[in-house]
Design a protein around this ligand. Structure first.
Ligand code: AHR
Length: 482
C-alpha cells in the first residue's frame, strides 16, 4: 500500500487538552484492591500500601486526570466511610456490584495516589442514594481551609493543606435502571443535578462540574434546558463489544467520532434554543472495548494488538474533537477491562493498549493541526461506509518547533509506505516509534509480558516531505523537529 498525507503547521484545529488521555478507576473487581492498593502489610512491594509496579506504570502513562470512585460504585458510596483511621472504617455491602467494600482505600488514599502519579483528581459524588449535603461536605473536606467541621476533619486526618479538587462529577449513568438511585428521565436528573451543583458550589465556587449525559437526545435536551447553567461538561460513555471481526473493530472509531459529534452538536443546539450562556463540553469519561468474558465479579479480559489499533484510532478522534471533548476516561486502568494486568502473585503485564497510551501521552503537542490523507479504503458491513486504512492526526508544540504525527494503519497484513508533505514547517530531524506486534492477536500476558513492545524505525527527510513505513496493524508516533 502507498499513502500520502498533508499537514499544515499553520492550520490549528484547536488546543489539545491532554486530559483527553485520562483514566478511570473504580471499586470493582481487583481494580482498587489488588491493583492500585495492596496495603502496607502486603508481600507485594508497595509504597505506603500503593502497589509499586502499578504506581510506576501509571506514572509513566502521564494520565493527566483520573476519575474515581466509580462508575456504578459511586451511586451507593458514602465518602465518610473511607476516611480516618483505617482500622475503624466500616465494611459495607456495595449494592452496585454486590461486593464487600472494606473502605481501606478512600479519599485521602486516592488523592495521595493522584499526587504520586502526577494526575489531576476527578471525583464522582454519590447522586444515587446520596444527598447534596453529603456531596457538599465532601467538597469542604477536600477544598476548604476554614475552621469548620469537615475541613478540620481533613486536618485531623493528617492533611493540613486543602487538596483543591477542581473536577467533580454529579452521579454516574443515572439514566440506567441498573444504577442505584437512577432517575426516570432527564428532567428528574436535571433537578437532582441543580440541587447538587448548588450546594457543592456554595462550598467552593471554583469547582467545575460534570453532569450525567448519554446518547438519548431527549435526556440531553432536558438536562441542558433545565440544568444547563449548572454544569460545565456532559458525560458520555461508550463501550465497544470486542467480539467483532478485526476489520469491523478497527473501524469503530469512525462510529465513535460520529456519535460524539452528534451529542456535542445537540448540546450546542440546545444551548442556543434555551439561551444557556455557560459553555458545555463533553467528558468522554468511560470508554473501552468490552469482551463477553469480562463479567462480574472481576471483569477481566486481556486485549490484543487489534484493540490497540482501535485505541490509537480513538485517541486520534479525541485529538480531532479537541474543542468538544477535553476530558477522556479510559475504563479502566488496572485489572478491570484493564490497560494494566496486575496479578495477586506480584506479576504485571502491560497490554498493547497501554503501550499506545504511553506512546501518545509522552509524545504530543499543544495544538491539533488540520490534516488530510490519501489512502486505500475497505468496506465495513457494520458501518456501511468505506473505512480508510490510514488514520492520521498531527499535533504541534507551543514553541512551534516539534510536530508529532499519530498514525494508525488498520490493515491486518499490509504495510504502507507513507509520504507526508508539510506546509509551513521545515523538518530537520525525524524519528518513528510504533506498536504492532506480529499479528493482530498478539498480546502481553503474565507469562509473556514482553511479547508486544514499542519499536523504533527511521524516517527519511526530503525537503519539506518525510517518508516512512507503517507496519501492518500498527499505531505509530513520528516526531519531527523543525
Ligand atoms: O466500567 C464498568 C462499568 O461500566 C461502570 O461502573 C459503569 O459506569 C459502566 O456501565
Amino acid at each position: 500500500m502507498e499513502s500520502k498525507g498533508f499537514v499544515d503547521a499553520s492550520a490549528l484545529l484547536g488546543r489539545l487538552d491532554k486530559r483527553c488521555y485520562g483514566q478511570f478507576i473504580e471499586h470493582l473487581g481487583k481494580c482498587i484492591y489488588g491493583g492500585v492498593w495492596v496495603g502496607e502489610d502486603s508481600e507485594i512491594p508497595n509504597q505506603k500500601g500503593f502497589r509499586l509496579d502499578v504506581l510506576k506504570a501509571v506514572k509513566e502513562l502521564q494520565p493527566r486526570i483520573i476519575r474515581w470512585p466509580g462508575g456504578n460504585f459511586s451511586s451507593g458510596y458514602h465518602w465518610l466511610d473511607g476516611v480516618g483511621p483505617r482500622e475503624k472504617r466500616p465494611k459495607r455491602f456495595d449494592m452496585a456490584w454486590r461486593a464487600e467494600e472494606p473502605n481501606t482505600f478512600g479519599t485521602d488514599e486516592f488523592l495521595e495516589w493522584c499526587r504520586l502519579v502526577d494526575a489531576e483528581p476527578f471525583i464522582v459524588v454519590n447522586a444515587g442514594n446520596g444527598t447534596p449535603e453529603e456531596a457538599a461536605r465532601w467538597v469542604e473536606y477536600c477544598n476548604l481551609k476554614t475552621d469548620t467541621y469537615y475541613a478540620s476533619l481533613r486536618r485531623k486526618h493528617g492533611h493540613p493543606e486543602p487538596y483543591g479538587v477542581k473536577i467533580w462529577g454529579i452521579g454516574n449513568e443515572l439514566y440506567g435502571r441498573w444504577q442505584v438511585g437512577f432517575c426516570v428521565d432527564g428532567a428528574e436528573c436535571a433537578r437532582r443535578t441543580i440541587e447538587f451543583a448548588n450546594e457543592m458550589r456554595k462550598i467552593d465556587p471554583r469547582i467545575e462540574l460534570v453532569a450525567v449525559g448519554c446518547e438519548d437526545p431527549e435526556w440531553n435536551l432536558e438536562m441542558i434546558k433545565d440544568a444547563g447553567e449548572y454544569f460545565d461538561y456532559l458525560s458520555v460513555h461508550i463501550y465497544i463489544g470486542g467480539d467483532k471481526p478485526y476489520r469491523e473493530l478497527a473501524a469503530v472509531s469512525l462510529d465513535v467520532e460520529r456519535r460524539l459529534r452528534n451529542v456535542y452538536g445537540l448540546v450546542q443546539s440546545a444551548r442556543r434554543k434555551f439561551h444557556i450562556e455557560r459553555e458545555i463540553r463533553l467528558a468522554f469519561d468511560e470508554w473501552n472495548v468490552w469482551y463477553p468474558e469480562a463479567k462480574a465479579p472481576l471483569h477481566e479480559q486481556v486485549t490484543d494488538v487489534g484493540d490497540a489499533v482501535l485505541t490509537g484510532a480513538i485517541l486520534n478522534t479525541l485529538h480531532r474533537l479537541c474543542r468538544a471533548v477535553p476530558i477522556g476516561g479510559f475504563a479502566q486502568t488496572v485489572n478491570v477491562l484493564p490497560l494494566i494486568v496486575a496479578s495477586d502473585d506480584g506479576r504485571m503485564a502491560l497490554t498493547p493498549q497501554y503501550l499506545v497510551f504511553k506512546l501518545y501521552s509522552a509524545n504530543t503537542g499543544d495544538f491539533v493541526l488540520k490534516t488530510a490523507v490519501d489512502t486505500d479504503h475497505y468496506a465495513s458491513s457494520e458501518l456501511k461506509e468505506p473505512v480508510p486504512f490510514i488514520d492520521l492526526s498531527a499535533t504541534l508544540t507551543e514553541d512551534r518547533k516539534t510536530i508529532y504525527l499519530h498514525i494508525v494503519n488498520r490493515h491486518e497484513t499490509e504495510a504502507s509506505e507513507m509520504e507526508i508533505s508539510l506546509r509551513r514547517f521545515t523538518p530537520k530531524k525525524a524519528s518513528q516509534q510504533y506498536v504492532a506486534g506480529r499479528t493482530v492477536e498478539d498480546r502481553n500476558t503474565l507469562d509473556n509480558p514482553e511479547n508486544v513492545k514499542i519499536q523504533k524505525a527511521s524516517v527519511e527527510i526530503k525537503g519539506e516531505k518525510i517518508l516512512f513505513n507503517l507496519p501492518a496493524h500498527s499505531v505509530n508516533l513520528i516526531k519531527i523537529s523543525g
